[in-house]
Design a protein around this ligand. Structure first.
Ligand SMILES: *Cc1c(COP(=O)(O)O)cnc(C)c1O
Length: 516
């Protein structure tokens, strides 16, 4: 049985009886363990709502549509009552972990708390109900918000030209690289290479390849920083962009960033700052000040947009003045008479998203920025860095952190020594943490740290939560390794075959092999 001491009360109830005991007592409860699909709850003739009898001539579908447009049989939809449907989905929703229910220290993801006030404000009728195809003069209020958002993002970046269009960090990278490509093409330069360190987020090389560049991965130094000699050896008149995350993936601020930018600029290349890690440096330093020419934000990470499971996102980009003409449009402009209008930059790469970007997330980010203000933003970053260093100090004797005395907003610990001594892997620890009511950290990334566990607590967690998490790790490491290899023990699914799930996703209950 689980150590229920540090589980939430709801979880204790759910786990004091084993799942099959619960099901033998009440077969319908089996659904709570999500072992049943909605299709399996189906009984012929059950309905959610029934329509009154038709009081106009009833015409069959065969009279209305040609035979070629008709299916041979109606789709085999589940026949269930409304309470069945509600319970099914509500129960399913509780099987997942979220920032609203659990501590979620997923490194490189900034799973900070999403204030509910932002949700309410984003749904105000004047915001939620405006249609993007209204004439600009009829939705000046929305355009003011978006214009101010552009201005604030420019200020925080230290880069004056902003496009709110991209709908995710990765799309921001892609759009910025197309912007760079358009700039080089305009200048008649043939620059084909995009460089990035081996610790880069996977989206960096993917975006570069999609944008048509050759990708060059650089070795880093043994302490996780950019190797200047290695960088120098790849710099020439074919170099387009160096993409760098700063603070970098192991949570260190790159001490040579100015020098690196100078090296790129000396050969006519550009520096791209992957801004997903802005949570460490808001109001403290700015990409534009340390040599970046372009960057993206992750509004859904840094500025409290709710995210997870692939969306919704917003990845605005900020660039230097000389790149502004190539940005994706439209961008919001303020005319001399104080009217806000939409304009497409002169040599724009075009649209990358419908209308003005993912406005719902931009508004939440806007509320966050306006709530904290400049001083508050800086404080948030300082607190994020403090929390990461505190958690690091609590875990360091168990899971050593190979790089750096102090970290920024996140750190990468290694379970290598635990694996050598006890045969327990980073994956075992991560999986067992789920039983203790904690979302697992990011594991096995970055690739060059063996048994990596990348943790980012964020500023929104209390000391008690961080202590409880560290205690859970401590307890786990005293447990039987065989029990850990089989963890988690309390979730609906224990260890799915992640590779098969990714490569051959089984999306239809009708065609999946049994047991998947
Ligand atoms: C999250 C992240 C990205 C990608 O952002 P998405 O919004 O998920 O596309 C890029 N780089 C880093 C370092 C990230 O953490």
């Amino acid at each position: 049985m689980l150590q229920s001491r540090i589980l939430s009360p709801r979880r204790i109830n759910a786990t004091t009886l084993a799942a099959d005991e619960v099901a033998s007592y009440n077969p319908l409860m089996r659904n709570q363990q999500a072992t049943q699909l909605l299709f399996e709850l189906s009984h012929p003739g059950r309905r959610g709502a029934r329509y009154p009898a038709c009081d106009v001539p009833d015409r069959t579908v065969n009279e209305l549509l040609p035979a070629t447009q008709l299916a041979e049989a109606p789709p085999p939809l589940p026949e269930v009552t409304e309470p069945d449907v509600v319970r099914h989905f509500v129960n399913l929703s509780t099987l997942n972990m979220s920032v609203d229910t659990h501590f979620y220290p997923l490194g490189s993801c900034t799973m900070k708390y999403n204030p509910k006030r932002h949700e309410r404000l984003a749904r105000l009728p004047g915001i939620g109900d405006v249609h993007p195809q209204q004439r600009p003069e009829d939705h000046q209020g929305m355009l003011v918000l978006l214009y101010e958002m552009q201005e604030m993002l420019a200020e925080i970046a230290g880069l004056p030209a902003v496009s709110l269009q991209p709908a995710a960090g990765a799309q921001g990278e892609f759009a910025a690289l197309l912007t760079a490509a358009a700039y080089f093409q305009d200048r008649g330069e043939q620059r084909t290479k995009v460089l990035f360190p081996s610790s880069a987020h996977g989206t960096n090389p993917a975006s570069a390849a999609l944008a048509g560049f050759d990708t060059v991965q650089l070795k880093q130094t043994s302490n996780g920083l950019v190797d200047l000699d290695e960088l120098q050896s790849h710099l020439d008149d074919r170099t387009a962009v160096f993409m760098i995350t700063n603070p970098n993936t192991v949570g260190l601020f790159e001490p040579n960033i100015k020098r690196i930018s100078q090296m790129l600029h000396d050969v006519g290349g550009l520096v791209y700052i992957d801004g997903a890690n802005m949570n460490a440096i808001l109001g403290i330093t700015r990409p534009g000040d340390f040599g970046g020419d372009m960057m993206h934000y992750n509004v859904h990470k840094t500025f409290t947009g709710p995210h997870g499971a692939g969306g919704p996102g917003s990845g605005p980009i900020a660039v230097r003045e000389f790149l502004g003409d190539y940005l994706p449009g439209p961008v919001v402009q303020k005319s001399v008479d104080g009217i806000f209008t939409l304009a497409t930059p002169a040599k724009s790469i075009g649209r990358v998203r419908s209308f003005f970007g993912n406005v719902g997330i931009l508004i939440r980010g806007y509320c966050y920025l306006r709530t904290l203000g400049a001083a508050g933003l800086r404080e948030a970053s300082e607190q994020a860095v403090l929390n990461a260093n505190y958690l690091k100090s609590q875990l360091q004797d168990l899971l050593p952190v190979p790089n750096g005395e102090l970290c920024m907003h996140e750190f990468v610990a290694s379970a290598k020594s635990v694996k050598q001594k006890q045969g327990v892997t980073a994956m075992d620890i991560a999986k067992r943490l789920l039983d203790y009511g904690f979302h697992a950290p990011t594991v096995y990334f970055p690739l060059d740290v063996p048994e990596a566990m990348m943790m980012e607590p964020t500023e929104t967690e209390s000391k008690e939560t961080l202590d409880a998490f560290a205690n859970a790790v401590r307890t786990i490491l005293s447990e039987d390794p065989d029990y850990l290899h089989a963890a988690p023990h309390s979730t609906a699914v224990s260890r799915p075959d992640e590779v098969a799930a990714g490569r051959q996703p089984c999306l239809s209950w009708m065609t999946c092999p049994a047991g998947q």
